[in-house]
Write a protein that binds this ligand. Structure first.
Ligand SMILES: CC(C)(COP(=O)(O)OP(=O)(O)OC[C@H]1O[C@@H](n2cnc3c(N)ncnc32)[C@H](O)[C@@H]1OP(=O)(O)O)[C@@H](O)C(=O)NCCC(=O)NCCS
Length: 273
């Protein structure tokens, strides 16, 4: 981000007057083949429930947003257990089997569609718990005209810090993997777990290969660890039905809002899940 642009951005909860701009960005955001995330009416419902953080320029132009809700199916204790005490038996399964085990054990949803009531958590009865300590990221988007400036990092980190200040304990999401299809076209078929260990060098050290995963990692997403020292991020297959760029796959983002970046070198060098 240029210094000038970084200095002038600010992030806040969306107001009703921001909704048209948010819907307009959403309608041009997706190159993946996937449809829009919501219509204007749904964005208004999300906004009315405090579920949208927007990033604006100094002139008040909306350039990015993240939409969230508080899933009634999420339990902070269960998330801590998955992150710190996942067993070798569980992580050693195929991604399909592992997600089945995790969701049967901890009451997690099958995929993004079930997690969010197809993007309508505030209208889907019982999915949103206003007092919940966990927020779920449904979508995070930068206006295509402002891409390439790390607006996404500003948006996510400000939303997470504001949420933490008001008592939220976890941020979770099914991050899409928009570079996955390209990666397999170059490198051949690659299981999602192996792909989540793919890294690229950068001035920050090794960082996740996939740019959809990378900003969550920067925001503090943590891997699971087992007693025997296996370590890795949990891939989920068929997390969306309409995302061919990601091979419909994603990574289960678990962010305990401690704002520490996990050294990605360890993901590359240690025994993986
Ligand atoms: C993902 C997204 C939010 C990033 O937007 P942004 O704020 O402009 O972020 P940047 O363009 O600065 O990109 C961040 C990083 O991704 C990389 N990147 C961005 N687009 C890329 C692409 N098409 N291919 C490869 N890398 C890409 C950038 O090089 C940058 O790398 P860095 O982390 O090493 O600096 C934006 O592309 C978007 O809105 N996409 C559509 C919606 C989406 O997929 N959201 C994510 C999950 S819901």
């Amino acid at each position: 981000m240029t210094k000038d642009m970084a200095a002038e951005l600010f992030v806040d909860l969306a107001e009703p007057g921001d909704v048209a701009a948010i819907a307009a960005i959403d309608s041009v955001a997706w190159s993946s083949g996937r449809g829009t995330d919501a219509d204007e009416k749904e964005f208004l419902t999300r906004q009315a429930n405090g579920g949208i953080f927007v990033t604006k320029t100094g002139e008040g132009r909306v350039v990015g947003y993240v939409s969230v809700f508080r899933p009634s199916w999420a339990d902070p204790k269960a998330l801590r257990e998955i992150m710190t005490q996942c067993t070798d038996r569980i992580v050693g399964q195929t991604p399909e089997e592992r997600w089945e085990t995790l969701r049967n054990t901890y009451g997690l949803p099958l995929n993004w569609h079930e997690a969010t009531g197809n993007g309508t958590p505030f209208t889907e009865k019982g999915l949103h718990n206003p007092g919940g300590k966990v927020i779920f990221g449904m979508a995070i988007i930068t206006d295509p005209n402002y891409r390439g400036n790390r607006v996404v990092d500003e948006t996510l980190s400000a939303a997470l810090r504001a949420s933490k200040q008001e008592g939220t304990e976890w941020f979770i999401a099914f991050s899409r993997l928009p570079s996955y299809r390209n990666f397999t076209q170059t490198n051949g078929e690659t299981p999602v777990d192996r792909y989540l260990r793919a890294a690229v060098p950068s001035p920050e050290g090794m960082v996740p290969h996939d740019y959809g995963f990378r900003f969550h990692w920067r925001g503090g997403a943590q891997p699971v660890r087992t007693e025997s020292g296996r370590i890795g991020y949990v891939g989920v297959r068929n997390v969306r039905y309409d995302d061919p760029e990601s091979h419909n796959s994603g990574v289960f983002i678990m962010n305990p809002l401690e704002f520490g970046r996990f050294p990605f070198e360890k993901i590359v060098s240690q025994a993986g899940i």
